[in-house]
Design a protein around this ligand. Structure first.
Ligand SMILES: C[S@@+](CC[C@H](N)C(=O)[O-])C[C@H]1O[C@@H](n2cnc3c(N)ncnc32)[C@H](O)[C@@H]1O
Length: 152
């Protein structure tokens, strides 16, 4: 867990989104943590199609479950910053720091309450009143983009 900024995906269930995020992270030098179980094998064709040859460049760490991820995170003293539709603080009103891990929920169900509570900060990307959520890969791009802008 030694990148300036990391993206963590909680039990992702759409391979194409994960491939897109791995490509994005590889291009920008961000680490990626996949908290398993995922809803697809990491050999999935859709993941490879979206991630292309960038998958080989990706700084990916797989964790067998949430507890294994938490052990590694706490050992490295990384802050956990959850992006959630249920949060009230806008991601643009938050001061990001080196070593932060930005955590994103699964496409079908977000994250369970204990994971929500474990976060050091909970941020939202404000949406129009009737909107439910933004595609997870796009929300990664928006939040990581703001964090990178702040960190320079
Ligand atoms: C498709 S959304 C999950 C929707 C799920 N039904 C829920 O209630 O959380 C997948 C993930 O993208 C991120 N996300 C999507 N829209 C967001 C928003 N407006 N603000 C913050 N995070 C968002 C969150 O991490 C979310 O868990």
């Amino acid at each position: 867990m030694n990148c300036r900024l990391r993206i963590a995906l909680y039990q992702p269930d759409i391979a194409g989104n994960t491939g897109t995020i791995l490509r994005f992270a590889a291009c920008l030098g961000l680490g990626v943590d996949i908290i398993e179980p995922a809803g697809f094998p990491l050999s999935d064709k859709a993941l490879k199609r979206a991630g292309m040859d960038y998958l080989e460049m990706a700084a990916l760490t797989r964790h067998v479950d949430w507890h294994a991820f938490e052990e590694r995170r706490k050992a490295g003293s990384h802050r956990l910053v959850l992006l959630s539709t249920k949060a009230t603080t806008a991601y643009t009103d938050f001061t990001f720091a080196e070593g932060d891990i930005l955590l994103f929920g699964r496409e079908s169900a977000g994250v369970p309450d204990p994971v929500h509570q474990a976060a050091d900060a909970r941020l939202t990307i404000p949406m129009q009143g009737t909107a439910r959520s933004i595609n997870v890969a796009l929300s990664v791009a928006m939040a990581a983009g703001e964090a990178i802008r702040q960190l320079g």
